[in-house]
Design a protein around this ligand. Structure first.
Ligand code: C2O
Ligand code: CU
Length: 545
């Protein structure tokens, strides 16, 4: 494949939205940031110049990075932050992905403003497995805070309370007509009657899943997370933070204006941003603009059934060119409860909670403590002592009633930096089980270094005797992020064929910050071709503090 070079200059830039101006970290002065365009099989070198005020890292979400965790990016998992005033070149290898992915900062909440699209075209001589669109358009959904996002999360973590919710959602950087001071800059997508467009939709929102649709137009889903799916025609999509969806839309209605809208799917008692972002799907040509622009019918914020109706339609394309390869015989089953819970507040210093507890989150009741140096370096140089331990429990503790049957109880979690060790090429199944401890919620669970097959999901509690019999092992979607249903379960399968240190976490930023994370370490396979590549000559420095 070809080799491409990009420069990403991170620096503070002033932006004004909702009549309020702030300085925020951006890449190359743009929000959303620059797009990366490649063909399958290409390699990209991105020189990240940090001209901001604090250390940051960049992650290539959904790119498997075979044998090369060194460029993956999560802070203190695969690298220490790039110090302000320095640069770091990351190598991104596009081995098997095709479609849309994205990149984002992976330190604290800086991804709110530091993110952009990655577009992976088919190789020369191959084509999309669907009708060639007339034009393509990237649609990035994001969160807008009037405040500095780093202050929002720092404040939440020190008080132990829920972080403030965002002030708006945006489509390609613009909140849209329903917010103050936004209608002049509303994003407009100009279309020609009769033509079909490919929209590459990316959910870069921090804390809310999203319903998305276009008034009076169907959407045909053709790809998710950098893999093709069997075309499914729908009225709306549900897209979780971290996910990407490629949809075709044909401009086949009366030439006019139609609203494009995104509104939250947040079936939860936790505070969330309940506003709606809009853009305009605008036909070219001469006609009288409508006095009222039609609005898409989107489900209510808590309509879990409407969300499931959509996600249950997603199937892998499973064609001769794009076959599935689902592991059939599992050598390792990991059962993982996903919970929000609490931790005692040190010296009663929090204001967040009546009994002096602070909000927290866990996987199998372990709340991930991010170490102060990188786990990858500690692993590679055999320096794991005082950095991490390998005793992540592969089942929840037996006293832990993980189910949705438990009604909103408080259970303390245990902080720790515990990882899961996997042998090379194990066939792995992870069953995520949602719980109702502090509160039941949806959780977009994401794994770095892999895409995986979503073989089953449902409401309620997973039953290992009966549920696996109902798995889809024929054409399950191949993804990197799944929406774990509220109080429900989801089962994923993959081959552990990528040696390295790979972060796994909820892609709701507030849950990740509270500890809803862990790390999978896949050991080397015994040959050079099955081992982690040697580190690049320069990695951002780590210092034990
Ligand atoms: Cu979108 Cu850990 O990543
Ligand atoms: Cu979560």
């Amino acid at each position: 494949g070809a080799i491409h070079y990009y420069d990403f200059v991170l620096k503070e830039t002033n932006f004004t939205r909702l009549c309020s101006t702030k300085s925020m970290l951006t890449v190359n002065d743009s929000f959303p940031g620059p797009e990366i365009h490649v063909q399958k099989g290409d390699t990209v070198f991105v020189n990240v110049h940090n001209q901001g005020k604090y250390g940051v890292t960049i992650h290539w979400h959904g790119v498997k990075q075979p044998r090369n965790p060194w460029s993956d990016g999560p802070e203190n998992v695969t690298q220490c932050p790039i110090p302000a005033g320095t640069n770091f070149t990351q190598e991104i290898n596009f081995s098997s992905e095709e479609g849309t992915l994205w990149w984002h900062a992976h330190s604290d909440w800086s991804r709110a403003t530091v993110h952009g699209a990655i577009i992976i075209y088919p190789k020369n001589g191959t084509t999309y497995p669907y009708t060639e669109p007339y034009e393509e358009e990237t649609i990035v959904l994001a969160s807008w805070y009037k405040a500095d996002v780093m202050e929002v999360i720092t404040d939440a973590l020190t008080t132990g309370a829920d972080p403030n919710v965002s002030d708006a959602f945006t489509i390609n950087g613009e909140p849209g007509d329903l917010y103050d001071c936004s209608n002049e800059t509303t994003y407009r997508l100009a279309v020609e009657y009769g033509k079909t467009y490919l929209l590459r939709v990316i959910n870069a929102i921090l804390n809310e899943e999203t319903f998305f649709g276009i008034a009076e137009h169907n959407l045909t889903l053709v790809g998710t997370d950098g893999a093709y799916v069997r075309p499914a025609t729908v009225d709306y999509i549900v897209i979780a933070p971290g996910q990407t969806m490629d949809v075709l839309v044909t401009a086949n209605q009366a030439p006019s204006y139609y609203y494009i809208a995104g509104s939250p799917f947040a079936d939860s008692i936790a505070p969330f941003d309940n506003t709606t972002t809009t853009a305009i799907f605008e036909y070219k040509g001469n006609y009288t603009p409508p006095s009222t622009i039609p609005f898409p019918v989107l489900p209510l914020y808590n309509d879990s059934d409407a969300a499931a109706t959509f996600t249950n339609k997603i199937r892998a394309l499973n064609s001769a060119e794009h076959p599935v390869n689902v592991p059939k015989n599992i050598t390792r089953q990991i059962y993982m409860t996903v919970s929000t819970n609490t931790l005692p507040c040190p010296n009663n210093s929090c204001s967040g909670n009546s009994n002096g507890d602070r909000l927290s989150a866990s996987l199998n009741n372990i709340s991930f403590d991010t170490p102060s140096i990188s786990i990858l370096q500690a692993y590679y140089w055999n320096l794991s002592k005082d950095v991490y331990t390998t005793d992540f429990p592969e089942k929840p503790p037996t006293f832990f009633d993980f189910t949705g049957n438990v009604d909103n109880i408080t259970l303390y979690t245990n902080p720790g930096t515990k990882v899961i060790m996997l042998d090379f090429n194990e066939t792995v199944e992870i069953v995520f089980q949602g719980t109702n401890l502090s509160a039941a919620e949806n959780h977009p669970m994401h794994l770095h270094g892999f895409s995986f097959y979503l073989v089953g999901k449902n409401k309620g509690n997973f039953d290992n005797a009966t549920d696996p019999l109902k798995y889809n092992l024929i054409d399950p979607p191949e993804v990197n992020t799944i929406g774990l249903p509220k109080n429900g379960w989801a089962a994923i399968r993959f081959y552990a064929d990528n040696p390295g240190v790979w972060f796994m976490h909820c892609h709701l930023e507030r849950h990740a910050s509270w500890g809803m994370d862990t790390v999978l370490i896949v050991k080397n396979g015994g040959t050079e071709a099955t081992s982690i590549r040697p580190p690049p000559s320069y990695m951002p420095p780590c210092s034990k503090s």
